[in-house]
Design a protein around this ligand. Sequence first.
Ligand SMILES: Cc1cc2nc3c(=O)[nH]c(=O)nc-3n(C[C@H](O)[C@H](O)[C@H](O)COP(=O)(O)OP(=O)(O)OC[C@H]3O[C@@H](n4cnc5c(N)ncnc54)[C@H](O)[C@@H]3O)c2cc1C
Length: 417
Amino acid sequence: MGWSNWSGSVAAPVAVTRPQSEDELAALVRSAAKVRATGAGHSFMPLCASNDLLLGLDDLPGEIRVAPDRRTARIPAGWSIKRLTAALWDEGLALANQGDVNPQSLAGAMATGTHGTGVDLGSLATMARGFRLIGADGEARWCDADTESDLYQAQRLSLGLFGIATEIEVALVPAFHLAERIEKRRWDEVRKSYDDLAQRHRHIEFWFFPHADHVILKTLDPCDPCDPPPTTTDMEETAFRRVLDVAARLPFLTPWLQRGMMKTGFDGHRRGPAHSIFPSDRTIRFEEMEYEMPRAAGLDALAEVVGWIRKKRLPVTFPFEYRTVAADDIWISPMNAGPVAAISMHQYAKMPWQGVFAEAEAIFRGHDGRPHWAKRHTLTRADVDSLYPLAERYRCVRRTADPHGKFLNPHLEALFS
Ligand SMILES: Cc1cc2nc3c(=O)[nH]c(=O)nc-3n(C[C@H](O)[C@H](O)[C@H](O)COP(=O)(O)OP(=O)(O)OC[C@H]3O[C@@H](n4cnc5c(N)ncnc54)[C@H](O)[C@@H]3O)c2cc1C
């Protein structure tokens, strides 16, 4: 019985080993020749691919330990975002931002620079303040901005290269409520007003079926907890799945299907604790590529990709997702050159994605985009060097932490050995 990622596009012939204690975990790492860790397996790139030891931390005992000033907490690294945000809510605390699903593990989400949307809000990796790691030698060590600071800087977006994280200190904010609004808007109108809208809302994103003229705009803003209880507004997935299955059989109908679908209403409104409003259910499997564009180039890059898809009438069946993420200072973060517009391109998992992703990737690269590390990209080692001035420093820390390449797999070896 092997392992596969969420979308089914990456598989490993080994089952996940789930140690019951940190001592057992350390002994497993010490004696293995090669080790990878996996959280929820939500990465599209072969980050967790392994023919050897593949570790899952779901069974490790642990608890949340809130600091006396309540600005940080130490959280078991293998806990899912869903589990930890529910536990934080009970403490009156929250993550400042989340992505659009919550099954990911804390360690896995931080390791890839997972982010939500919001002009002033950084990725989850920016919330990490320290890590407890089981190193390649099987020894536990702590790193933060003052202790083993180079290891900490590299580990903030680690791709699992520096050790197995068992506990992470995370910056927190007081618990808050959010109101979500979803509405259909014309693309040309949103294109003109997006920057203004992004300043006015704490979180904003839109979904754009490339063959349609309207987008689905979603905003999230803090609200009063005494307002009415939530009513669900998620897109009706059964109807969407039917549309996708027709498109998979008859791809040439895609433009027509999308325009028809966007004639229906998408307006909705719900409220609730932030951690219950951030995530949506994603039951339809897709493959995804995401490029982080310099903020000023984002809408033009999206318009160019959509224009190319329309011109060729390509059967890209899922909508693009357009978000904003604040700048950070993490060594190999795609956000470290300035604030970005994050453009996600999806394709139904039952349909071919390689060709369309490759052509769109060239357009995104042409606008100085850098890919999300967990999502489909074709960067080479030379590309990594040209996009990330600190790549060699990152590799140097990796060589010191893991001189025999225990945490490398072929994908990571090609980029970071
Ligand atoms: C439906 C869906 C929705 C998504 N939504 C978003 C989104 O809104 N925003 C966004 O930015 N991304 C999003 N992603 C991407 C996703 O957040 C990342 O792929 C994330 O890494 C997944 O976390 P995971 O626990 O599944 O990690 P995995 O994919 O299992 O692992 C990711 C990396 O973390 C490492 N790792 C895991 N655990 C440990 C550990 N304990 N110690 C050391 N290394 C470890 C792995 O080795 C690997 O390198 C989405 C993906 C899917 C499938």
